[in-house]
Design a binder for this molecule. Structure first.
Ligand SMILES: [Mg+2]
Length: 205
């Protein structure tokens, strides 16, 4: 069997064209308000938490008693439907993949559903493995990859990760998965790079 793990943000739509940048702005707002600090301090804190715990949320849960569901709801409160629209070409590409697929995203399940609905591919991608199912430990940490493999009873050699972020792709590669980096022409050992998701058809899964 083959299992294709598909990232969402900046993978299923062109980098920077979608709501993802706005989510980052909302995270700044959340941290500033919750921790009562300014933007400079917020950036420093976010960087430290991402380096230490894999995400801003990880640090906020550990040190600031943040409720993850409240956080996820507020930071994903962005106008997804205004930014993303039905993409016939994407639908065709995803339909043509011809393997089992699971959406593997650090976003919240509600947010990811909105993105997939806006692109009109939600009917093609039924299985969603989002941050809630990762126990809030995001990619590129190994933990969510392992949890996903266990859930699907799959070995790394049966999996292909398609993602726009190099650290996420490198974790997959180092675990023995096939790794596809979207939106780059970089030449990295053990990583297949494609300029955009439409080129995924050229990958021999
Ligand atoms: Mg992404």
């Amino acid at each position: 069997m083959k299992l294709i793990l598909l990232d969402v943000d900046d993978t299923l739509y062109p980098k920077g064209a979608g709501p993802f940048n706005l989510v980052s702005g909302k995270i700044d707002e959340y941290v500033m308000s919750w921790c009562d600090i300014g933007i400079e301090e917020t950036r420093t804190l976010r960087k430290r938490y991402v380096d230490t715990y894999g995400s801003t949320l990880g640090g906020l849960m550990r040190h600031h008693e943040v409720d993850p569901d409240d956080y996820l709801e507020k930071v994903h409160d962005v106008p997804v439907e205004d930014l993303l629209h039905r993409d016939e070409r994407l639908k065709k590409i995803i339909s043509g993949i011809g393997h089992d697929m699971v959406v593997f995203s650090n976003g919240s399940v509600d947010y990811v559903r909105r993105v997939l609905r806006s692109l009109d591919v939600i009917d093609l991608l039924g299985d969603l493995f989002t941050i809630e199912f990762m126990d809030y430990v995001p990619k590129p940490r190994v933990y969510p990859y392992r949890k996903l493999l266990e859930l699907y009873g799959a070995s790394p050699g049966e999996c292909v990760l398609v993602d726009d972020r190099l650290p996420n792709v490198l974790t997959a590669r180092d675990m023995g998965m096939k790794a596809v980096l979207v939106g780059a022409d970089a030449s990295i050992p053990g990583v297949a790079a494609i300029p955009d998701i439409y080129s995924v058809a050229e990958i021999a899964f």
